[in-house]
Design a binder for this molecule. Structure first.
Ligand code: 2PG
Ligand code: MG
Length: 433
């Protein structure tokens, strides 16, 4: 069979933070080769698949020699002779062999690289770009991007409490136009920060790392940057926030905002974000409460879930079961899909399918530690997820993915459809009409 696996190879490479990560290659009988690289998060949820790190003194404990050895040893032996086209079988073999729920033994960084490499190899054996292989003849949309302008939280020395200040352009006609508007806003935001003497560098995902005195100050600056760019806040350009509230949770059920020195309980945290939703042109909020606060997530949904997209990242960790549980509790209306949070392509796809079945929206997402790997541009399109989150509009590990989406849109030609408002769950989409 042309898609029979003949060899699997792993190696250590370096990610966008200069940390080691795992690259895998899967070779097939046809001669086709697939390659993929594991990304790595900084604001990680406790329920994610485990990144296996070597510990010790070398590379600050971040080495991946054990994960690479797992790819070249146990995983390579396990997968040789298997059919790469049977993605579920390949992923199941790895998860079974691992034997833990969170892939702690072989490493989620090992399994995700191999799983994605197997997918790439299969598409290559078919002579198809990955997105087209995944679409399998169905009509799919290019995703609506959410793109970071200011970076904060764990990605920028906690200069702001909120982690990602992003923009969305659902009324753009194409992804090309979405990027053109974003480029204007990104440049304007840089100019504004420079003019006001508040520019302190670039955050982990390439966004501006500015000095703000409060989270509201950052929100106002973003609105101002949109206006300076010549676009209209709340009409062409909307704000999307990743609060990453897990990082604000002090562990005793209280949230602490370091910038303004305030501290409050769950109700007040929900109210603080609800206040932002009332005052600024916000269209999407991610993780407004911490990873185990399902009740708080439901309260947030009750408060503003009919107006804005409410995304679960650390609370759902790309897990179909957690998505269904959240939906049953009326908590959230969208899931962030990170393949390395799940550990395999199959598990990530299951979380996406669960969200679609519920009428939720889905956002395929990169991590704060990335590489030149562009797989997620293909997954977001080929799975028809509707949305994608990659970080900012600078640094090549981010731009590689945005640029790949331009190539995909071009390859679709006259058939290309941009997700736009259709990317959202019904109530949010209706508000955009
Ligand atoms: C997130 C991601 C990307 P990290 O929280 O959504 O912004 O961050 O990869 O550090 O978890
Ligand atoms: Mg997040």
């Amino acid at each position: 069979m042309k898609t029979t696996i003949t060899a699997v190879r792993g190696r250590q490479i370096w990610d966008s933070r200069g940390r080691p990560t795992v690259e895998a290659e899967v070779m097939l009988a046809s001669g086709a080769v697939g390659r993929a690289m594991a990304p790595a998060g900084a604001s990680r949820g406790a329920h994610e698949a485990i990144d296996l790190r070597d510990g010790g003194d070398r590379f600050g404990g971040m080495g991946v020699e054990r994960a690479v050895a797992a790819v070249n040893g146990e995983i390579a032996a396990l997968l040789a002779g298997r059919d790469a086209a049977d993605q579920a079988g390949l992923d199941e073999a790895m998860t079974q062999a691992d034997g833990t729920a969170n892939l702690a033994r072989l490493g989620g960084n090992a399994t995700v690289a191999v799983s994605l490499a197997g997918l790439h190899a299969t598409a290559a054996a078919e002579g198809l770009p990955l997105w087209a292989h995944l679409a399998a003849g169905r009509k799919v949309r290019t995703p609506l991007p959410e793109i970071q302008i200011f970076g904060g939280g764990a990605h920028a020395g906690r200069r702001t409490d909120v982690q990602d200040f992003m923009i969305m352009t659902p009324r753009a006609a194409t992804i090309r136009e979405a990027f053109e508007i974003t480029a204007d806003v990104f440049r304007a935001a840089g100019r504004l920060m420079e003019q006001t003497g508040r520019l302190a560098g670039a955050a982990d995902e390439g966004g501006w790392w500015p000095m703000f005195s409060s989270n509201e100050d950052a929100l106002s600056a973003l609105v101002q940057a949109i206006e300076m760019s010549g676009h209209r806040p709340g009409e062409d350009v909307f704000i999307s926030l990743d609060v990453a509230a897990n990082e604000l949770d002090s562990g005793d059920g209280r949230y602490r905002l370091g910038l303004d020195g305030s501290e409050f309980g769950r109700e007040a945290m929900v109210e603080r974000v609800a206040d932002w939703v009332r005052r600024y042109p916000i269209l999407s909020i991610e993780d407004p409460v911490s990873q185990d606060d399902l009740e708080g997530f439901a309260m947030a949904t009750q408060a503003y879930g009919d107006k804005v997209q409410l995304i679960g990242d650390d609370i759902l960790v790309t897990n179909a079961e957690r998505v269904r549980k959240a939906a049953a509790a009326n908590a959230g209306n969208a899931v962030l899909v990170k393949v390395n949070q799940a550990g395999t392509v199959t598990r990530a796809k299951a979380a996406l399918d669960a969200s679609k079945a519920l009428g939720w929206a889905a956002i395929v997402s990169a991590r704060s530690g990335e590489t030149e790997d562009v797989s997620i541009a293909h997954l977001a399109t080929g799975w028809d997820a509707g949305q994608i989150k990659v970080g900012s509009f600078s640094r090549s590990e981010r731009m590689a993915k945005w640029n790949e989406l331009l190539r995909i849109e071009e390859a679709m030609g006259a058939d290309a459809v941009f997700a736009g408002p259709s990317a959202f769950a019904a109530s949010v989409a209706a508000g955009l009409k």
